[in-house]
Design a protein around this ligand. Structure first.
Ligand code: HEM
Length: 375
């Protein structure tokens, strides 16, 4: 229930041990007034810092503004503790178009993702000028945070799409047990972890020399790739255990690489099974996503399970809301997803139907606010 510091060299909510719940929102800026956008980012900073400390969104709070004004906090988190809330902001490529005079501040690495084989992207779940990722151990706290930021942004931003996640699908710290995704497999075993600072510098945080032009403000930040991945769980649930394990490349109960015994045993792609064939099949998800298959590429995964009701034709609309942080999407997510799109046995059971990429700035020092480095 403890509060997580809002300020620091990096934004909270990236290597923070993944909380259990997510409310993610992508927004579009609806004003054409540059100053309105600048001042919203400043106001958001104050509200976000207060809410992550467990306070109401503004000093007036629940009732302090008096009887004649709308309350400055919507109230549903009033009696709840901070619940590990983190609020992480990101800027989409479209924020840097002609509208606000920010083109010269656009980081070179912030570009729309290319189309991938098999993509079934729904434009209503794709893109966004800004994003806010709110994670907490209480869903009401995460929803309250997003709701109040939207309320404060009325007339300046509008919701483009949003996603609730009900259970983390990754561990981002060695202190956490590995959770399971909706296919019933442990997810996050071979993830980057908060306790590996050198690996995080190499794969997650933008280094000072990465951007030489107007995007140099991104040093210490990270890029976020979001993909809404529908999982065809009804088909999966009629699939044999052997096929499921071959598709993932790990055993279902323990989470060990096929041919090994324990969850954290090394993933040895050369290992042979008793029949002389590779223990981890050529089309296994973990083989294709593993660094040794991709010239050393890694990413920090921080995704969530979702179920958004049903699709009207007898199936749950369920899946994995994939969130991953990295130093450069074109050098990391793009080649990784290309390898998966081409050969992953999982493709028979999943469908990517939403997508976005955001530049998440570095953390704030005392007295600083979001957007300061842009305007
Ligand atoms: C590993 C499931 C999508 C990248 C894994 C593991 C599972 C899994 C069960 C093994 C445990 C672990 O090491 O975390 C899924 C499911 C997906 C999905 C169900 C879709 C619904 C993706 C996507 C990417 C990705 C879209 C990136 C483009 C990775 C990576 C690993 C991994 C990098 C670690 C590989 C290693 O180094 O051993 N995934 N995954 N996954 N996945 Fe996925």
């Amino acid at each position: 229930d403890a509060a997580i510091p809002f300020r620091g060299p990096h934004q909270a909510g990236i290597v923070t041990p993944a909380q259990d719940r997510l409310h993610f929102v992508a927004l579009d800026v609806v004003t054409s007034d540059r100053e309105e956008l600048r001042s919203l980012l400043e106001e958001w900073t104050r509200a976000a810092e207060r809410m992550t400390a467990g306070a109401e969104a503004a000093p007036g709070g629940l009732v302090g503004g008096g009887p004649n004004r709308a309350p400055e906090d919507t109230g549903e988190a009033y009696d709840l503790p901070a619940s590990g809330l983190t609020i992480t902001i990101g800027y989409g490529p479209s924020l840097f178009d002609h509208r606000f005079g920010l083109a010269s501040r656009k980081p070179a690495a912030l570009r729309d993702l290319p189309a991938f084989t098999g993509d079934q992207l729904d434009p209503r779940r794709t893109g966004g000028d800004l994003c806010i990722q709110a994670c907490a151990n209480d869903p009401q706290v995460a929803v309250h945070a997003v709701r109040n930021l939207i309320r404060i942004g009325f007339g300046v931003v509008a919701v483009r799409w949003s996603q609730l996640g009900f259970g983390r699908t990754s561990s981002t710290s060695t202190t956490q047990a590995t959770p399971r995704n909706l296919f019933g497999f442990k997810d996050g075993t071979n993830n980057l972890k908060a306790e590996e600072p050198e690996a995080l510098d190499q794969h997650v945080w933008v280094a000072p020399g990465d951007e030489t032009g107007g995007g140099s403000w991104m040093a210490g930040g990270s890029y976020l790739v979001a993909r809404r991945i529908r999982m065809h769980i009804e088909v999966w649930d009629r699939t044999s255990l052997q096929e499921q394990e071959d598709v993932i490349g790990r055993d279902k109960k323990e989470g060990a690489p096929l041919g090994a015994a324990k969850e954290h045993d090394a993933l040895d792609l050369a290992r042979k099974g008793p029949d002389g064939k590779p223990a981890i099949p050529a089309t296994a998800h973990v083989r294709l996503a593993h660094k040794s298959h991709l010239g050393g590429i890694r990413i920090l995964r921080r995704g969530y399970n979702f179920t958004d009701g049903s699709d009207g034709v007898g199936h749950l609309d369920a899946g994995l809301f994939f969130l991953a942080y990295m130093r450069n999407p074109e050098k990391q997510f793009v080649p990784m997803q290309r390898a998966l799109a081409k050969a992953d046995g999982l493709n028979e059971y999943i469908e990517h139907n939403g997508s976005a990429v955001f530049a998440c700035p570095p953390g704030l020092k005392d007295g600083e606010h979001w957007g300061q480095a842009l305007f």
